[in-house]
Design a binder for this molecule. Structure first.
Ligand SMILES: NC(=O)c1ccc[n+]([C@@H]2O[C@H](COP(=O)([O-])OP(=O)(O)OC[C@H]3O[C@@H](n4cnc5c(N)ncnc54)[C@H](O)[C@@H]3O)[C@@H](O)[C@H]2O)c1
Length: 434
């Protein structure tokens, strides 16, 4: 990797860049009534709409999708929730630019296919709005830098909506890490292990775009659900950074075998030479001396898992298939204890404790509600959100880094330092509340 890629040209390029980097750190302005727009209202976008209309101090004022019926569905849902009908934007792939120009918006959600996240976030920020994007925020390192540089230049937030950071067990583990129960954290395992073969071959929703990426790229295309919560435990970009990584891919069999069963051996979809290996394994080392094993496995038959194991000098926790914990000196030596049964009363994260009733019935076991609640709360109060553009970039960079490492016999690749050295001075995220 070139020096240029790692360190990027622009930071001290001129006074504007220098001043804007400070703008990003400035105290955010409180927005008591957050006026929101949303772009892309398929499965995921509509989930955000449901959460947002239930929140106090949030108005959904604009919606954009290339499918007019999807926009109408949102307009009807917002009206039904007692708010004014949001403006609809349905005039094709670039109509999002008109939404971004709408003056009465503070923040814009982006829940479109991956290739649209960066152009849409950049347009939102350039139009003076905070950009809140679905995962992954970007698909290349160049795109990661675009997000960082635009956020710095405009002073706007660019936040990746990593909902898994707000799941009950992940929050509980973060709480334990903050209070030192696991000792010094040394090692973690995580990933996204989800049989998506059926979804990838559907002629609707994600089937229309997700498979294209797996056809072209032998990479970990979806690193953030596992890595997001681990990064918070390791204080990434806040006293620590991802340093370097090696990746390896298995051969690619799952998609072709699935296509053959579904469409027949002679189908054009069966004959495609899919680039992506069935299982991609990456090993990351942080500057702080921890290791993280990250797995991407979406082309094989298997039960869902994000692994989620965090280990320290005093013990370890793992989430899948059932949440278990071992802490030296507690319970029986060498034997797991049940995390939820034996530790939740003492170690439940305050944020989860406060929001669990309201989150009941919301998407992904409630974590989607907690994410949206906390994000809107931070904007309303003018406090720094829990995740920022540097997190979005560091986590999303894994895709291209894994691709490069795999393509060069697992050569070690360096993470860019998107904070340009400021990670040494940034405080770790505290134990946040509602
Ligand atoms: N965090 C999570 O748990 C989670 C879960 C599912 C999906 N996602 C992410 O959410 C995003 C969307 O996924 P999805 O499952 O909703 O996909 P989807 O295909 O169901 O929805 C995408 C929507 O974007 C619209 N769209 C496409 N191009 C557009 C454009 N140029 N302008 C406006 N609208 C456009 C489509 O018409 C569609 O309605 C992806 O980034 C995905 O990775 C995250």
């Amino acid at each position: 990797m070139s020096f240029e890629t790692v360190n990027r040209r622009g930071f001290f390029k001129g006074a504007a860049g220098f001043a804007s980097a400070f703008a990003l750190q400035a105290q955010p302005r409180p927005i008591p009534e957050v006026r929101v727009g949303i772009m892309g209202v398929g499965g995921r976008g509509f989930g955000h709409v449901r959460d947002l209309v239930a929140l106090k101090g949030v108005q959904l004022k604009a919606v954009c999708d290339i499918v007019p019926s999807a926009v109408e569905r949102v307009q009807n849902a917002v009206e039904k929730a007692g708010q004014a009908r949001p403006t609809g934007f349905t005039k094709g792939e670039h109509d999002y630019k008109r939404l971004c120009a709408q003056p009465d918006l503070d923040a814009i959600y982006v829940a479109t296919p991956w290739e649209w996240h960066v152009p849409m976030c950049v347009e939102a920020m350039k139009n003076g709005k905070h950009a809140l994007t679905e995962v992954p925020a970007a698909t290349t390192i160049e795109e990661c830098w675009q997000l960082v540089e635009t956020a710095e230049a405009t002073g706007k937030h660019c936040i990746m909506l990593e909902n898994c950071n707000y799941d009950r067990v992940e929050l509980m583990v973060l709480h334990m890490v903050r209070k030192g129960l696991l000792g010094d954290v040394t090692n973690a395992e995580c990933g996204y292990l989800h049989d998506l073969r059926g979804i990838k071959f559907e002629d609707r929703s994600e089937g229309l775009w997700r498979l294209n990426h797996a056809m072209r790229r032998n990479a970990d295309l979806y690193p953030t659900h596992g890595l997001g919560p681990v990064a918070q435990c390791l204080n990434i970009n806040r006293g620590n950074v991802f340093d370097h990584m090696v990746s390896m891919a298995t051969k690619s069999l799952g998609l072709r075998e699935f296509a053959s069963k579904k469409f027949g051996a002679d189908s054009p979809r069966t004959k495609i030479d899919y680039a992506q290996g069935d299982v991609i394994t990456s090993l990351i080392r942080t500057r702080g001396g921890q290791t993280v094993t990250l797995v991407h496995d979406t082309n094989s038959p298997r039960p869902y898992s994000r692994k989620y194991m965090v280990q320290g000098t005093r013990g370890l926790v793992q989430k899948y298939p059932d949440p278990l914990i071992y802490i030296e000196g507690k319970g029986r030596q060498h034997q797991w204890q049940q995390l939820l049964k034996e530790y939740a009363a003492e170690w439940e994260h305050p944020l989860w404790k406060e929001l669990q009733e309201k989150a009941k019935g919301a998407g992904h076991g409630g974590m989607d509600y907690v994410l949206n609640y906390r994000l809107m709360y931070c904007l309303q109060k003018g406090i720094a959100p829990d995740m920022d553009v540097y997190d979005a970039a560091a986590l999303s960079a894994v895709t291209e880094l894994s691709e490069r490492s795999i393509a060069s016999r697992s050569r070690s690749v360096d993470f860019p330092d998107f904070t340009r050295g400021r990670w040494t001075r940034r405080e770790p995220l505290g134990i946040v509340t509602a």
